[in-house]
Design a binder for this molecule. Sequence first.
Ligand code: ATP
Ligand code: MG
Length: 488
Amino acid sequence: MSDSTPKPPTILVIDDDAEIRYSLSRVLSGRGYQVLEAPSGEQGIALVKKGPPPDLIFLDVRMSGMGGIEALQHIRSAHPRQLVVLMTAFGTAQTAIEAMKYGAFDYVMKPFDPAKVLALAQNALKAHADLRAVGDYKPTINADDYREGIVGSSPVMQDVFKVIGQVTASDVTVMITGESGTGKELVARSIWKHSHRASKPFIAVNCAAIPDNLIESELFGHEKGSFTGATLQRLGKFELCDGGTIFLDEIGDMALATQTKILRVLQQGEIQRVGGTETIRADVRIIAATNKDLEEMVKAKTFREDLYYRLNVVRIKMPALRERADDIPQIVDFCLQNLVKQRKARVSKVSPEAMALLVRHRWPGNVRELENVIYRSAVIAQGDAILVKDLPVEIGGGSSAAVPGPEVAPAPVPADAAEVPPEDPAQRLTAAFNTIFSELKGDGVEMLARTERELLQRWLAAHGGDPVAAAKPLGLTKVQLQKKVKEV
Ligand SMILES: Nc1ncnc2c1ncn2[C@@H]1O[C@H](COP(=O)(O)OP(=O)(O)OP(=O)(O)O)[C@@H](O)[C@H]1O
Ligand SMILES: [Mg+2]
């Protein structure tokens, strides 16, 4: 370690095998760490309790006397933030799962590769320092955001909110367009909640998910015996929604025959059940949404022009998340607070470096994708803040656990995530550069210099901020490195 570090971090090695203690101590102290040793779980705990607690503990799982998992529980209950890495020669799913469940930072297999052990110690200590550096949490959202459930102070979102306010007083038909995951349904619900129909139902119908031959019955109901399988009379969504608001999602996927019937509801306010003759009044407000280009569909005659004009009385165009990147910290905050409230996660903060990556990402799946990433990272995170290492590789983070796709509801990370193989560094690098190069706009030379500077800053940080240690492997002098890091 560098001379500039005043006190080297202390690492306690608890193992009943003297050889392991010896070899680990040698590797670690060779890097300047101060190493303590304990030959049993009991003695290790006594050392930790006597204090001051070490910065990091390497703890063996199988020991005569108290086992590592039990010792881990003792240690973490006395010092909940204590960093512990468990080690074992016999990897089983159960111990790996238990290790992570009881709060180990990581779990490694013997025999060790000294370079890996050192990298692990460095990563663990860095994560710990990063967590401390995140500091106090300042919420960026207020109680109003919670009530509405829609977050965004960017000008584009403020415009959306204004239109919502304008259309709530009447029954005007609203068409919401925008990419997947931008909040179309959320906006539809908000219009309903603020309207005079709020005490009546809001029913969402996903036109893309219902087969063409069933959608009419779904929407308008059917009479007994009207088709094979129609053994009973059934009320459709329009009748069930009486007095309320119906949300026709993915309207671009609706068959032409059904479009005709929707037009009739809009023009005459009435419906007929499939197979029925009776005309039924339908007092329903319609809000429609699509991520298709309806104008193109009208030209191609796959969407009725008259229906298009009827639906498109007021249009709300939802901006893509990348067009309002300033809103990202607020949305992240909002997602985290919701997860905490629902007891799905305990993490309430994001480190500034991790937030910078979140703000820079392109988010093809928009807010839904961001929500999934936050959920998954919050579950993975080991302290009270999400760090870069907890974010998925795709957005420049260090975690290779799978992220649910945009269409998949957030799912807990599988319990055996600890067994996911280590990520391929080359693949990580490519993903990170894809992001960087998609952002390279303006003066190319200046952007490349900036990219180099950013990379070198991180490299320097990864070397504990020690310019001599960071410069050497690059074949640079300390001064050359410092100059590059400062240059814009
Ligand atoms: N501005 C926002 N603030 C907070 N959460 C949001 C915001 N916009 C969207 N969300 C959340 O993102 C997720 C996706 O939103 P929603 O289902 O409304 O999108 P959509 O546009 O209907 O997507 P799709 O086209 O895929 O159906 C939801 O969980 C929603 O709560
Ligand atoms: Mg939707």
